[in-house]
Design a protein around this ligand. Sequence first.
Ligand code: PAF
Length: 312
Amino acid sequence: MKIAIIGPGALGCLLGALLFEAGEDVGLVDYRPDRVALLRRQGLQVGTPAGGTRTVPVPIGLPHEVAPADLTIVAVKAHQTRAAALDLPRLLAAGGLALSLQNGLGNLEIMAEAAGPARLLAGVAFLGVTRTAEGQVILAGQGLISIGVPAGSQVSPVERARVVGAFTRAGLECRERDDIEAVLWEKLLVNVGINPLTALLRVPNGALPELPEAWDLALAAAFEALAVARAAGINLTVDPEARLRQVCVATATNRSSMLQDVLAGRPTEIEALNGQVSARGAALGVDTPVNDLLTRLLQALGQAGPFRVNCQ
Ligand code: PAF
């Protein structure tokens, strides 16, 4: 199967490397010519927390340089989905599938606007992966990829099984779910709790349950998201506290993706995470004060960049 992965961030690099090593015909897609040149020269580097690193020569190109694929994985940050989606019609071979493995809500709707809903797959990746430099990632916690068909998709069971097979051969645990919308919300509960607080406090995921005030806020954000999900008719049976604790323990040494963005001075995914809980809560008449405040704090953190004093 020919696979294109849009976005050489932490997730894109990791998937690219593992799928390449498993023998898939995979190519990374990037929009920055300077980074394409760099990653072509150095290859991708995949490390473990114990220190071992290997170099994987995954092909990479600008969107027009990558041949149409049977499966295009969208692995860009949520605020880049609109730009990435514009390339989907060209990157998809006839009958090709587009899979979002992004955090947050709203990505699939944007992809459907650009490429139609029929060939879309929704996915949720629970992988504790940290990008330490361009093209360099550390896999801190093995996890699970869930895939399923979002509303309007006509991807057949055989096609879904091929996608699951590719991830499984790459050593990733991958399961098909018929309730993928609930899985997306379940991941959202985790992200709205862990991501903004680890980013504001600059701590790894494992520190969060040890910090009583921060932990309270993380749980409050997750419980608000649960209330919004239920008001939206999503059948979520998860216990937010147990789930957050489990993820913090499983990815204890990991820096959340939002902390990585803040440390690198990049825009964060706050609007697609806590911002979506606030927006959907407002539309459904569910109060979400903690998510509202966390959204505004992260927005303020982003705006403060040019004014920040240097701390030693
Ligand atoms: O966004 C993230 O960082 C990840 O989704 C997770 C699971 C919180 C682990 O860090």
